[in-house]
Design a protein around this ligand. Structure first.
Ligand SMILES: *Cc1c(COP(=O)(O)O)cnc(C)c1O
Length: 476
């Protein structure tokens, strides 16, 4: 809220940082030409819990958890302390040929909490990388290389889902399907096979999300049948296609995808980089797949984790693999080994932050508390469902999304050129909330420590930002 009145000197201070920034920085995911006139630039001085404190002296609610990384609020003292402790002991060491306790302990603990399915060999080995895209590259390369080591050289293709997102590096982009990020680089990208998304927003009239999931699964089956022996892995984002507009699907699809991968001898890669660590109501989204033989949840063959892994404090990724995948690389030949590496693989500071994050999950009963917070979020979101231009309000645990369409009819989306999301972003920022809509989808993905006052502000601001955007664009 706008306590900490921005006096003139603080506005000058913010301006000062803005101009120094724009003189030297090239920002991610930004048409720099839009800074600062079309797109405001917010110089941040510090973070406190769910809030950011700007150089202008104002407080801003971080409603998107700083790109979905933050779990327990900014500057969480236990994570800060763990990093400081580790920094005084061992800040970094090469992980090829060397070992350190934080990397070992984190691997042990991740494997202990990873999704597990009765009768399936568990995830048994951890490979570290230092960001989500790199983790995706690791999983893709592992799947491909495993088959190659077995002499199955025809298995060179990946299947991915329409509207999916797995990162920006060329390998990750090749299995992504968001035109804005992908189209320009298409000539550089390995060809992937795309299966229809189970996205419940795309339900036909009268179709339930579960039916939609079955229909998407049938299409996946046909795709796999058309390419026998050619596919090494299916990669998907369980429960929520986040960058694709927080599109959510019925978890039945995960069960079907698991069955189809088994039937076709294809690895299942679960990209839980955004949805892992309690974001969708369970520790991992894979746990929500409905029961088969009495046991809920599916287990992927490769699991990609990043973002919330360190509570949002430091970059780190982990790829969990089964023993069989690991064993497929054991050989006298070095070429059959997985020679992938990053300089900062398994950085001790990041591992220490991740260990502190897991401690907090255990100490604070995070999953149970999130369930209560998610219920309160649903209450606040319900007030927006009646908005005449909101076509859909959807929720998966701590993620709530609002999709705008003309007259609330999903068959009549607004013209993208109206830039409603950008306008809503500006409107919300002026009111002290950092939203970052994805096209015409506004969403809440706050740090788990968000309280009821903040949620009320978030709901009021979201409504105001939508109305502001529609009025400014002349769409109201
Ligand atoms: C963010 C994200 C990635 C990429 O992670 P980066 O750390 O940004 O490279 C991959 N997959 C999913 C599902 C993501 O949301």
């Amino acid at each position: 809220m706008q306590d900490g009145t921005s006096d003139a000197s603080m506005i000058t201070e913010a301006e000062h940082w803005r101009s120094r920034d724009l003189a030297v920085l090239w920002h991610p995911c930004t048409q720099m030409r839009e800074h600062p006139d079309v797109l405001p630039l917010l110089p941040v001085e510090r973070g406190e819990g769910a809030w950011l404190v700007g150089r202008d002296g104002r407080r801003y609610l971080d409603a998107i958890s700083s790109w979905w990384t933050n779990l327990f609020g900014h500057a969480e003292p236990r994570i800060v302390a763990a990093i400081a402790r580790q920094a005084g002991t061992l800040e970094h060491v090469i992980l090829a040929g060397c070992s350190h306790a934080p990397a070992v302990e984190l691997a042990e603990r991740l494997l202990a909490i990873a999704p597990r399915e009765a009768g399936r060999e568990p995830l048994a080995k951890v490979f570290y990388a230092d960001n989500g895209s790199a983790g995706v590259e690791v999983a893709l390369k592992m799947a491909f290389h495993w088959f190659r080591n077995r002499g199955e050289t025809r298995r060179t293709k990946f299947v991915a889902l329409e509207n999916g997102y797995h990162g920006e590096t060329l390998g990750a982009l090749a299995v992504g399907d968001i035109p804005l990020y992908r189209r320009v680089y298409a000539p550089l990208l390995a060809e992937a096979l795309f299966a229809p998304s189970p996205d419940a927003y795309l339900c036909e009239p009268g179709e339930s999300p579960a039916q939609r999931a079955e229909r998407a699964a049938a299409a996946l089956r046909e795709l796999l049948e058309r390419h026998p022996g050619e596919v090494c892995a299916l990669i998907l984002e369980p429960r929520v296609q986040c960058a694709g507009g927080m599109r959510m699907h019925h978890p039945l699809y995960l069960r079907r995808a698991r069955e189809l991968c088994d039937a076709h001898g294809v690895f299942l890669i679960a990209d839980e980089i955004a949805v892992g660590f309690g974001r969708t109501g369970t520790l991992f989204a894979c746990e929500q797949a409905p029961a088969a033989d009495g046991a809920a949840g599916i287990q992927p063959d490769l699991l990609c984790l990043s973002k919330g892994l360190t509570g949002g404090a430091l970059p780190l990724a982990a790829v969990l693999a089964t023993q069989s995948i690991y064993d497929g690389f054991l050989d006298d030949s070095r070429e059959r080994a997985f020679l992938h590496s990053h300089s900062y693989t398994g950085n001790p500071l990041a591992c220490a932050a991740a260990l502190a994050t897991l401690d907090i999950f255990a100490a604070d009963g995070v999953i149970e508390r999130n369930r209560a917070t998610a219920t309160r979020m649903a209450g606040h979101a319900a007030a927006l469902a009646g908005h005449p231009h909101v076509a859909d309000v959807r929720q998966a645990g701590m993620i709530v999304a609002f999709e705008l369409a003309r007259n609330g009819d999903r068959r009549t989306p607004f013209d993208p050129a109206a830039r409603l999301g950008l306008r809503a972003y500006r409107g919300a920022l002026a009111r002290g909330v950092l939203l970052r809509p994805l096209g015409d989808v506004l969403y809440w993905m706050p740090p788990y420590c968000v309280d009821d006052d903040a949620l009320r502000l978030l709901a009021d601001t979201t409504r105001a930002a939508i109305d502001h955007a529609l009025a400014e664009a002349g769409c109201a």
